[in-house]
Design a protein around this ligand. Structure first.
Ligand code: GRF
Length: 193
C-alpha cells in the first residue's frame, strides 16, 4: 500500500456500528511503537454504537451519519475524511455496505475484518451457518474491501477449531478474541512490517 501525505503515521479512520471491541484492540495497537497507524477518527452509522465511547476516552474525533440517505451520507463522509487527511479506513463491525463510488475513492485503502474463513460464509450469521454445515473449523479474515461483498484480496486469516459442544455464541466469542489479534497483524503485513 502506498501512502503520500507525509505524516509520520498513517492517518486511519475506523468505522463501527456496535460494540467496538475490534476498535479497542486497534486503538491499543496504534499506541505501540511498532504501529504504522494512528487512529484519527471513529465513524459510525449508529449514534448508539457503544464503541463511540472510545472516542472520548482516547480523545479521538468522532463522526456519526445515519446512512438513511446513503448517497448524501457517503458524500458528507468523503469530504470529512478528506478534510481530516484520512489515508486508511479499517472497517470493524461496520454493518453498512459502502457504495462502489465510495470504495473507488479509497481504492486499495479500505480493510475489513470478517468472522469466517473467507471465501466461506460471506455476509451475516456466519457462525450459525458454519455450525449448521457441521464445519470442523471456522475463523476470521482480514481483507481489502472491493465492490463485491466480503470478496476483496485476503490479507490474513486465523483458523479456529469448532468443538463438539460449540454454540453460535461460544464460537463468536472464541473468534472475536482471535480477531483482536489478527487485525493488528494484518495491518503490519499490509505495510510490509
Ligand atoms: C466482529 O465479529 C466482526 O468481525 C463482525 O462484527 C463483529 C464486531 O464486533 N463484522 P466489535 O464491534 O468489534 O466488538
Amino acid at each position: 500500500m502506498v501512502l503520500s501525505t507525509g505524516y509520520s503515521k498513517i492517518r486511519t479512520a475506523v468505522f463501527i456500528s456496535g460494540t467496538g471491541s475490534n476498535l479497542k484492540s486497534l486503538i491499543r495497537f496504534s499506541k505501540t511503537n511498532k504501529s504504522p497507524i494512528s487512529i484519527e477518527l471513529i465513524f459510525s452509522n449508529n449514534s448508539k454504537a457503544k464503541g463511540l465511547a472510545f472516542a472520548k476516552l482516547h480523545k479521538i474525533k468522532k463522526k456519526v451519519l445515519n446512512f438513511k440517505n446513503k448517497n448524501s451520507s457517503e458524500n458528507k463522509l468523503l469530504s470529512f475524511l478528506k478534510n481530516n487527511n484520512i489515508e486508511l479506513i479499517c472497517l470493524a463491525g461496520f454493518m453498512k455496505i459502502l457504495s462502489k463510488n465510495f470504495i473507488k475513492k479509497f481504492e486499495g485503502k479500505i480493510l475489513n475484518i470478517h468472522p469466517s474463513l473467507l471465501p466461506k460464509y460471506k455476509g451475516l450469521n456466519t457462525h450459525k451457518r458454519a455450525l449448521n454445515n457441521k464445519e470442523k473449523h471456522s475463523g476470521c479474515t482480514v481483507h481489502f474491501v472491493s465492490s463485491r461483498l466480503d470478496s476483496g484480496k485476503i490479507v490474513l486469516q486465523k483458523k479456529t477449531k469448532i468443538s463438539k459442544k460449540e454454540t453460535a455464541a461460544s464460537l463468536a466469542k472464541k473468534i472475536l478474541a482471535q480477531e483482536h489479534k489478527l487485525y493488528p497483524k494484518a495491518i503490519l503485513k499490509v505495510f510490509n512490517l
